[in-house]
Design a protein around this ligand. Structure first.
Ligand code: GLY
Length: 358
């Protein structure tokens, strides 16, 4: 088992990574939770594969379990679903001494996490991420949220879990699109912080070779994220580096109403184009964008920006909740593995974007 301890202001919490961990989840939770009641929140897809297995393991360890299954898909990250979840938690008489498990990908982790952070002013939360994206990113660091009709993640909080349990074997049932989606974030960690990870990713010959090492890759990514989150839990400095490729990526996702590109695909295009911009501005070593393009092609991720209206993208970027006042932060890399934050005047963004959006 690989263990990582994340030191948060509310206390530290462990991330456990082990092949086959879900089958032993009851025994593992018994070691860190002395209560007896657990509400498992999951979605209809994950429930089909892993719902019963999780409940069985918890029951074998003597826990009383309650399962809440929401519809699979981004639309469940809504207030409507949240109210349904609160209702079920009330039906089950879940109280502050009990725990909530978020079993699923990013949607379930964010929505159930937000439910846990708000229900009765806070119920302990355990994250069991089931997609690569959730295992390397969204389950770690305490960001939980739901969407509003006017945008994603607009209502949320920072709420650290009691523990994160990662079973890399769960990725065996992920289809290629979801695996590539997560690889977008994995590549990001290499690009911003770890050239060795980046170079290793370039060497895998096929999906099997990648999956045989995926537990170590997840460990590397979570370690990078844990270090960053420890330095900047509330996302006002170093943590912004995790947004490399995300500003343009989010704008692309939004432009296509979150239907055409997955998050990882949109971030992939964002990483390439922002690196190209860095080169044009003389802030990024020439050739870095080619390295990014090569790795994206290797993992079947898009790199070239789609046909988009520059003005719409500029407006989306200007309204991004992360942009404060008259300036915005561009996350750039100087070379593979070395990232930095470049504060720019918002008035320059249009000019910059015209350099990369034709
Ligand atoms: N997903 C970026 C962050 O957790 O800050």
């Amino acid at each position: 088992m690989h263990n990582i301890e994340v030191k948060a202001s509310s206390g530290s919490y462990p991330i456990y990574i082990k092949n086959g961990l879900l089958g032993e989840i009851g025994v593992e939770i018994k070691k860190i939770y002395k209560g007896s009641r657990i509400a498992v929140v999951t979605d209809s897809n994950v429930d089909e594969f892993y719902g019963q297995k999780t409940i069985n393991s918890l029951k074998e360890s003597g826990f009383e379990t309650f399962k809440i299954v929401v519809k699979a898909g981004e639309e469940s990250k809504s207030f409507k679903t949240l109210l349904e979840v609160y209702d079920k938690l009330l039906d089950f008489k879940i109280n502050r001494g009990d725990i909530i498990i978020a079993l699923g990908g990013g949607v379930v982790g964010d929505m159930a996490g937000f439910a846990a952070s708000t229900f009765l002013r806070g119920i302990s939360l355990i994250q069991i991420p089931t997609t690569l994206l959730a295992q390397v990113d969204s389950s770690v660091g305490g960001k939980v949220a739901v969407d509003l009709p006017r945008g994603k993640n607009l209502v949320g909080s920072f709420y650290m879990p009691k523990a994160v349990f990662i079973d890399p074997l769960l990725l065996r049932t992920l289809n290629d699109k979801y695996l590539n989606d997560g690889m977008g974030e994995v590549i990001k960690y290499g690009a911003i912080k770890d050239s060795e990870l980046f170079n290793t990713l370039m060497k895998y010959e096929n999906k099997e070779a990648l999956l045989s090492q995926i537990d170590k890759i997840i460990f590397t990514c979570c370690s990078i994220k844990a270090n960053i989150v420890e330095l900047d839990e509330k996302d006002t400095g170093e943590r912004m580096l995790l947004n490399y490729g995300h500003t343009i990526g989010h704008a692309i996702e939004q432009f296509f109403n979150f239907t055409k590109y997955s998050h990882g695909e949109a971030v992939a295009m964002g990483m390439y184009s922002i690196t190209k911009l860095g080169e044009e501005l003389g802030l990024t070593k020439i050739g870095t964008s080619i390295a990014i393009k090569d790795i994206l092609i290797k993992y079947n991720l898009p790199w070239e920006l789609p046909e988009i209206r520059t003005q719409a993208i500029i407006e989306t970027i200007s309204h991004d909740k992360k942009n404060i006042g008259g300036s915005m932060n561009l996350i750039l890399i100087e070379s593979i593995g070395n990232s930095f934050i470049e504060k720019i005047d918002k008035t320059k963004i249009e000019n910059y974007l015209h350099k990369i959006i034709k």
